[in-house]
Write a protein that binds this ligand. Structure first.
Ligand code: PEP
Ligand code: MG
Length: 590
């Protein structure tokens, strides 16, 4: 029941455009973190111990079932999980939990939580990195026991069965990717920024979202009526009647405008002075291909393959991967599909990947670094990509390359994967274009060398800005600094475009910068004319391209690229292109 009846307006970061009106549904993603403490009477201690032992047995059985279901080509993962099996009987974990129940006369959950806390602090002071790593194994095992004890089913977003607007403290990319479009009308989070992966998925799903609201979960109750304006980043809680009517009208206007621009989006994006631009879509899951096609995308410029590895207990098999890639490639044919290899960790951790907990995961064993150290995981994916390439137009893209050596190693592994397919007599295509994601500043510095070793660059501005300007892309407190038109970023883009031109390789952009109307004249003027973005942005961007002149954009870039002030650059863009941009990207225009 709603407890909040007075109208309230909240301002956050508009992460996915559009308006939705509906009832709130609060999800608490803290799961079993909140562990109750209660005392157990002396005569009940034994039954509490038995309850704990049963939870251990059940958790162990659950894990044994997972291991039995592991595909053969991922046997190396079985080893990690088998180590976990041994830990269930470890005296340090189970033995000490039982002792704590007896000694302190407390419930099993509380005892387990405290023992894990003690183990964590004991291990973390150790020098030995191997032992330190074992903490994460113990945490995995204790989580499984805790779930058995509390019976705590974390809210499964996929199971929500009414049309609601989700309100959460934070949603992981894995949570967001489970959202069922027919159920979830929009979502709000306390945390997050525009280029966080949660924001990116909201845009791909094409549902209005406002992130970084700070205290939405404290102020909103389940069943409160909400208006979410994802374009403006505004949320109105329990709106008055006249506001509700106003937003119903705005929503209708917005939807009519979208339908109009989508119709013209299937035509080539050509500037007023006849230069062509390639406007492609980014996807996270195979199902999203439909959205790229519906919005008139010229191909898939970024397939973020890691999402297929989320919301599951083990690595997908080579066949599962191949099967998904082939679907995407066949549906898009003859248009190209750029498959990016696994970019896990950072904010996209897999709990079964077994690389322990990292203090600073964004600078840790992420993406290509993880793949080069986990060769069988990587080879399995590379084989799947090469096999899918036999069915259409595939390019491969390596994420987070920060040195030439990493590219050399990754390419050698691609060759190795191709050789193994040859030996196995499987259908595959080894003749595919190899691209490097430019998202680490060192790759910009080394662009001339990298350009000699690959067929194309794809600029990942989301991370490039994060790493260059030292701004956590998911942190709302520093979101105000996150400006792709920061002169340091513009200079980097210019350098990359120049180096790509010198080496005669293609240069694309697949970061969120590419999908923002204000950036279109800059990219055009820099000569970066292959863009990939959330599918929803394609129609607006194509519409703006048609209203611009490439020659004029080049002159404009020359004028602003040496300025030192981001505000001044933004002001000049507004002055020169404000009218074109607002006519191209608002519902008011025809
Ligand atoms: C980027 O960093 O710009 C990018 C496209 O990759 P992701 O957003 O998946 O990190
Ligand atoms: Mg990235």
């Amino acid at each position: 029941m709603s407890t909040q009846t007075k109208e309230l307006q909240l301002k956050g970061i508009g992460a996915a455009p559009g308006i939705c009106i509906g009832k709130a549904y609060i999800v608490d993603r803290e799961g079993v973190e909140i562990v109750p403490k209660y005392f157990i009477r002396a005569e009940k201690i034994q039954s509490e111990i038995n309850r704990f032992k049963k939870a251990v047995v059940d958790a162990k059985k659950e894990l044994q079932q997972i291991i039995a279901g592991m595909p053969e080509d991922l046997q190396h993962q079985t080893n990690i999980l088998e180590t976990h099996l041994l830990l269930f009987d470890d005296k340090m974990l189970s033995g000490r939990s039982i002792q704590t129940i007896e000694r302190d006369k407390v419930n099993a959950e509380w005892a387990l939580k405290n023992v894990v806390g003690e183990i964590k602090s004991m291990f973390q002071t150790m020098e030995d990195s191997y032992l330190k790593e074992r903490v994460s194994d113990i945490v995995h095992v204790s989580d499984r026991i805790m779930h058995q004890l509390t019976g705590a089913e974390q809210v499964k977003i996929a199971d929500i069965n009414k049309r609601v607007i989700l309100v959460a403290r934070d949603l992981s990319p894995a949570d967001t990717s489970q959202i069922q479009l027919e159920r979830i009308m929009g979502f709000l989070t306390d945390m997050g920024g525009k280029t966080s992966h949660t924001g990116i998925i909201a845009r791909t799903l094409d549902i209005p979202a406002v992130l970084g609201l700070a205290n939405a979960t404290a102020l909103i109750r389940t069943d409160d009526i909400l208006i979410v304006d994802g374009t403006e980043g505004v949320v109105i809680v329990n709106p008055e009647d006249h506001i509700l009517v106003e937003y119903e009208e705005r929503k209708e206007r917005y939807e009519a405008y979208r339908a109009r621009i989508i119709r013209e989006s299937h035509i080539q994006a050509r500037t007023a002075d006849q230069e062509d631009v390639v406007v492609q879509g980014n996807i996270e899951l195979p199902e999203e291909v439909v959205s790229v096609i519906d919005n008139g995308g010229d191909g898939i410029g970024l397939y973020r393959t890691e999402f297929q590895y989320m919301s599951r207990a083990t690595f997908p098999s080579e066949f599962e991967l191949f099967d998904s890639y082939r679907d995407v490639v066949e549906v898009m044919f003859p248009k190209p599909v750029t498959i990016r290899t696994l970019d896990i960790n950072g904010d996209k951790a897999l709990n079964y990947a077994g690389n322990g907990s990292e203090v600073n995961p964004v600078l840790g064993l992420r993406a290509i670094r993880y793949c080069l150290q986990n060769r069988d995981v990587f080879i399995s994916q590379l084989r799947a990509i090469l096999r899918a390439a036999a069915y259409g137009n595939v390019r491969i893209l390596f994420p987070m390359i920060s040195s030439c050596n990493e590219l050399v190693e990754a390419k050698a592994m691609l060759e190795e994967a191709a050789d193994s397919l040859e030996k196995d007599g499987k259908a595959y295509n080894r003749d595919i274009k190899v691209g490097v994601m430019i998202e680490v500043p060192s790759a910009v510095v080394m662009a001339d060398q990298l350009a000699k070793m690959c067929d194309f660059f794809s600029i990942g501005t989301n991370d490039l800005i994060q790493y260059t300007l030292a701004i956590d892309r998911g942190n709302r407190n520093v979101a105000y600094l996150y400006d792709p038109l920061n002169p340091a970023i513009l200079r980097m883009l210019k350098h990359l475009a120049d180096e790509a031109r010198k080496a005669d390789i293609r240069i694309a952009m697949c970061g969120e910068m590419a999908g923002e109307p204000i950036h279109v004249p800059f990219l055009l003027g820099l000569g970066i004319t292959e863009w990939s973005m959330n599918p929803h942005a394609i129609p607006v961007v194509k519409r703006i391209v048609r209203r611009l002149s490439a020659i004029d954009a080049r002159q404009f870039v020359e004028e602003v690229v040496d300025l030192h002030d981001a505000e001044e650059i933004n002001r000049r863009a507004e002055e020169r292109y404000g009218v074109i941009l607002s006519n191209g990207s608002t519902q008011e225009s025809s």
